[in-house]
Design a protein around this ligand. Sequence first.
Ligand code: C2E
Ligand code: CA
Ligand code: CA
Length: 821
Amino acid sequence: MTILAKRTMSNNESGQQVTVKALIAEEQTRLLYQQAPISNVTVYSVALLFYFILKSHIDSGIVELWVLALFATATFRLVLWLMRKNNPQKWTTKQWLRAYLIGCLLVGTAWSLIVPYIILANNLTIAIGLSMLLFGIVASAVVILSVYLPAFVVYVYPQLLTLIVTLFTYGDAGHNALAIATLVYLVMTTLFTRNVNRNLLENISLQVQNSQLIQDLGEEVKNRENVIKKRTLELQDKNNALSKEISVRRLTETALRKSEERFELAMRGANDGVYDWNLQSNEIYYSPRWKRMLGYEDHELPNEFSTWESLIDDKDRERSWEMLTDYINGRRDNFHIEFKMQHKDGHWVDILSRAFLVRDAQGNAIRTVGTHVDISEKKRQEAHILRQAHYDGLTGLPNRFLAMDRLAQLLKEASRDVSKVAILFLDLDGFKRVNDTLGHETGDRLLVQAAERLQSVVREGDSVCRLGGDEFVVLLRNLGELTDARTVASSLISQFRHPFSLDERELVVTTSIGIAVYPSDGITPTELLRNADTAMYHSKEQGRNTFNFFTTEMNLNVSRMLEVEEQLHGAQERHEFSVVYQPVVELQSNRVVAAEALLRWNNPVLGTVSPDEFIPIAEQTGVILGIGRYVLQQAVENALRWREMLDHEFKIAINLSPRQFRDTTLVDYIKDLLECNGLKENALVLEVTEGVLMSGQQDIEHALSRLHNAGIRLAMDDFGTGYSSLNYLRKYPFDVLKVDRSFVNDLTVDPADCELVNASILMAHGLGLEVVAEGVETENQLSQLRDMQCEYAQGYLFSRPINVDAFTDLLQYHSKAESSV
Ligand code: C2E
Ligand code: CA
Ligand code: CA
């Protein structure tokens, strides 16, 4: 590439607009200056040569002056050349050109100085020599300066014009002719130089254009490359989209195939009724089996959508329809529902209905294919189990579970209607003695008769329930005045004044009653039940056979509470807490599979305080938040150690209190804790009591479902005490049910407790929960629990709660014993 081309590109790169004209001027300048060293050195030498030739012929210092002038001007030009060489940017092209012109003018004028003296020399040889020199200079100027016409003019004209003028001064024809010839020569060379100049300029401009063309081409190539790159990318994108589309198609096809397979499967299920509903044409087909399930022959029911609509129970119609449309519109991903349909002979058939969507390649639902299964028998069995679980087998009265459900229901109504509810807690006096002296069977008969008397007293709408043993409750709804409760209590007491006839024996068994009233004595079932129980206890203390209303004084032991509260402050900072662990044993394998973490408090002033005492106080003051986190940390760390050391499936159970659930950061705290420690979510079981659920707050429900969704297991603790609502078990995502130790305790002696434990286990299994029995102390209890299919147990029979090191030893001992078997 020529220098010019390079410059053009670089100039262009710097963004400068370089016009062709400027480029040409620059090239002219470059060519002019390029000649400078040679031409000026030539000037030196020629001047020197002529000095020696002319010195003897022309005197009075003129030659010296001439040579000096030549030397000076040539030096001036050389200096210019040097300056430009060192710093071409010093001046603009125009300035360089102008300087060059001045240089030319000076040198040209210097040469011309000698011309008048040629004649003076009066020596033909010298005249010819000098003339030759002059013409030689002019000739070389044509070559060198034709690039720039003004340079040629200022260089050549002074010399030739001086010559012409000098020749004319002679005035003779010969000199005149010579002068005219020179003039002609001048004109000719000028014309000639102009022509050369034009050609040269043309060449230069061509060169410039070429280089620009090359540059443009380069840019064009670059542009093309970019376009090609872009196109390639676009093509790649299209390719990707295409392959995505292909895989989506494949998926749709697979889904379609699957739907078809499902359809075939459904059709083959000979025992199921089948329907096929074309969503586009709205045609529907019911299989003969579908109709026979409802007692109809194939021809007796039309294949129309209205057939289903007219036979389904009014209560179920809208719900089913909603679910189906949600499924079709993609708002839910399955259709699975139970409803009732009317049989030809009038009775209701329980139907399990399932549906599958058939979609076209675009994913649009085109058909719904479904099955109907008659689940009436299953429903009957379930109802039977529920009945068993809800009614006391001995007296036929609602048992504890149903009692609590009813109470909750009553409280809801009462809070809505702003009315009162009374809970009468009854305990037969001296029942234990009857049982012990006359035997269980007599005891049972006494309970049955007592139940009948209780029922005879209450109004319709009020409930009598058996809580267990010889404990009953009477629930009085819509209470106008407290005196109404008093009246009922009095008549109950008087009912028991008459003797019971048992084994041809007349026996007087009185009752003690405690009364708690909603809302003044409590607003939750547990609270009310506990307070009624407390009031009953006072009746016993007052010599039995009487009733008492609950008063707050009955519960208070204020000074001790205050002391505990005081000592709780700062107890954590003083490191007074520790955590102990109680093993949970899997009954089938006899293995320790989990531990429950239990808090211990050792205070210098109060000594060891039971968690049953300090935890409620810690709750009230909020101290539980800090202590709760401490237990979580300890338990998680140790569980991780035990899992890594001995048993990868080992689980840890931790108790959480209601107050902790009101802490909105609880769930995130637990999740972070597990993540930081690297403990799997399903290794953690969180035990909550009904107290947590009772408040009915939305955020508690939310917290529980977030924990559940994170994979953390939830256990319902102390089941059987207090409220024990089935609804809670259904409503919240529990995995484990812990049967309270008070039931397990009397399992082998009290048939009512036995029944309650059995009912709890049945219910839990029915709802898909595992059961842990708490407080197992004897082999007898254990074997009964085994018989009832209870999965896990915990209690002093296996081990008391023990500290970390003791628990580690215990685990190690067990795993060694296992591996040696
Ligand atoms: P819980 O959750 O029902 O814990 C089981 C209680 O039963 C423990 O009492 C345990 O020592 C006791 N126990 C275990 N096996 C037997 C047995 O065979 N017979 C008898 N009679 N008792 C047995 P503990 O440790 O005194 O705890 C009492 C309650 O305090 C716990 O009842 C729990 O509700 C609460 N609690 C304990 N630690 C914590 C904790 O870290 N946080 C919270 N929020 N509550 C805790
Ligand atoms: Ca517990
Ligand atoms: Ca418990």
